[in-house]
Design a binder for this molecule. Structure first.
Ligand code: 4AD
Ligand code: MG
Length: 464
């Protein structure tokens, strides 16, 4: 008999027909007269109720079916008396695929997320992580659909690279050299004998190669893993995260902000439309205002604010008695997520697109304004998250870009292929990077970025 997924069985109204469902036991309640097994197969947050007449089955066998066990059920689909689902299964045949011993780490309800992180291989089977990863999948589909529908090409950029796209030096080295022999203090590293014949690393961003794509295909986006060796032990940083980086030829700052806003609203709307059951669950269990927050982000216009205006607001807040953990040092300072969240959550109560940052605190490729001090950056700041998107118009002048690279003590020859886009038929263009996990954090209401990626990589942690 063909198996029916529980998501389909729950809405099926072919009552009286035979049905086969398979899954993992969420709970098993028994009484003299009847046993109820709540079964889940990952296709939905909802369980199907399997009703078992204990007089038809071996008592010991029934008793052995505990939370976490995997079973195969054949029975009759009957109308459910319970609210929220159409059907349940009156069990006729029951086969145990795998028992689940009492030391199953996910057996108890209400375990802390910290505890569950130690069992990232098993936490996937809990309701919360099921909901989070179904939503994560849906967000990936939304992203591809948005860009495909808007004429962007999916463009794959290398993960192993010889250049530092952000110029911040936070890279993981990739090598086949025997470090025990070559890594001695002060010794020259023989990169010519290394796999690629030069020093290589895992990429921090696909943007520079993305610009090569955009200045040929017009509009591209990347969607892939990105690596940062920054020692940031925060609920918003991973050493390995996924980033979406659209890059568009002939796009100016206003159009870039429109794209950022339209794109992120589309993703959030997609979740509201396509992940109802999972969002309802998370709204109940994780964040009681989740759905409301998502709905308001979709509805409201984002505030567009220059960095200088932002600093003035923060300085005024300090004068009015607001206490920040990280001090407001005035124009030129880098904002921490605490400052970003103050603007978004307390001052404007809406997402903010912050623009025109001081050049010094941002990357080398951003286009400078005529004042020579600020540049055309367009970061999107979100409630609960802080920076969710980092973007900018790119410097298209060959001379200015080379000048900036040199001023920052970087080596122009390592970027010769990048500079060629400015040498041959240079064009104005712009783009941004969205941190995928930060989007998932926002959409799920989860608090820690380690809980929205199946197998998180953070300092001192690379399990699996
Ligand atoms: O602001 P970032 O560093 O910008 C870039 O990498 C540009 N090359 C993007 C572009 O213009 N194409 O990173 C972009 C976004 C951030 O806004 C944040 O959402 C996310 O990537 N991000 C991280 N997410 C998780 N863990 C980390 N360590 C992250 N670092 C950045
Ligand atoms: Mg940034």
């Amino acid at each position: 008999m063909k198996r029916t997924k529980i998501v389909d069985a729950l809405v099926c109204t072919d009552f009286g027909k035979d049905i086969n469902v398979k899954g993992w036991v969420r709970s098993h309640r028994s009484s003299k007269a009847v046993d109820f097994i709540a079964l889940n197969d990952g296709s939905t947050i909802k369980n199907i109720q399997v009703v078992v007449d204990p007089t038809h089955f071996d008592e010991e066998m029934l008793k052995s079916i505990t939370t976490g066990a995997c079973i195969n059920v054949v029975g009759t689909l009957v109308e459910s008396q319970g609210a929220g689902q159409a059907s349940e299964v009156q069990c006729r045949e029951l086969e145990i695929y795998g028992l689940c011993p009492g030391d199953y780490p996910m057996q108890k309800k209400g375990q802390s997320f910290e505890y569950m992180r130690k069992y990232a291989h098993l936490r996937l089977r809990t309701n919360t992580f099921g909901a989070v990863f179904r939503i994560r999948h849906n967000m990936a589909i939304a992203i591809h659909k948005y860009f495909h529908d808007h004429g962007f090409y999916y463009f794959n950029t290398p993960l192993i690279t010889a250049s530092d796209a952000e110029g911040a030096g936070e890279m993981f080295q990739v090598t086949t050299l025997d470090l025990a022999r070559t890594g001695r203090e002060g010794a020259e590293v023989p990169y010519d004998r290394d796999f690629f014949g030069k020093k290589t690393s895992l990429t921090v961003s696909g943007q520079l190669e993305g610009e090569l794509g955009a200045t040929a295909l017009g509009a591209i986006y990347t969607f892939g893993p990105t690596f940062r060796a920054e020692n940031s032990n925060t609920p918003r940083h991973l050493a390995e995260f996924w980033m979406i980086e659209p890059e568009v030829a002939f796009m100016d700052k206003e159009e870039l902000m429109d794209l950022e806003e339209d794109f992120i609203k589309y993703c959030v709307r997609w979740a509201l439309d396509n992940c109802k059951d999972d969002l309802e669950f998370l709204n109940k269990m994780i964040d009681k205002s989740l759905v409301q927050t998502l709905e308001s982000v979709v509805k409201e216009d984002f505030v567009r604010l220059t960095y200088s205006e932002g600093i003035q607001i923060l300085e005024k807040a300090v004068r009015d008695g607001h206490k920040f953990e990280f001090p407001i040092k005035g124009w030129g300072m880098d904002l921490s997520s605490e400052h970003e969240r103050f603007l978004v959550e307390e001052y404007f109560k809406r997402p903010v697109i912050m623009t025109d940052y001081p050049s010094e605190i941002k990357a080398f490729y951003m286009k400078k304004n005529a004042d020579g001090k600020t540049m055309q950056g367009t970061d999107v700041l979100f409630p609960r998250i802080g920076e969710i998107i980092g973007g900018s118009v790119r410097e298209e002048s060959y001379d200015k870009l080379v000048g900036e690279i040199k001023t920052r003590g970087m080596e122009p020859s390592s970027y010769s292929w990048y500079l060629d886009t400015r040498k041959y038929g240079s064009c104005p263009h712009a783009g941004f990077g969205l941190g995928f996990e930060r989007l998932i954090l926002f959409v799920t209401g989860m608090q820690n970025i380690r809980d929205v990626i199946p197998f998180p990589r953070t300092p001192k942690s690379a399990e699996y």
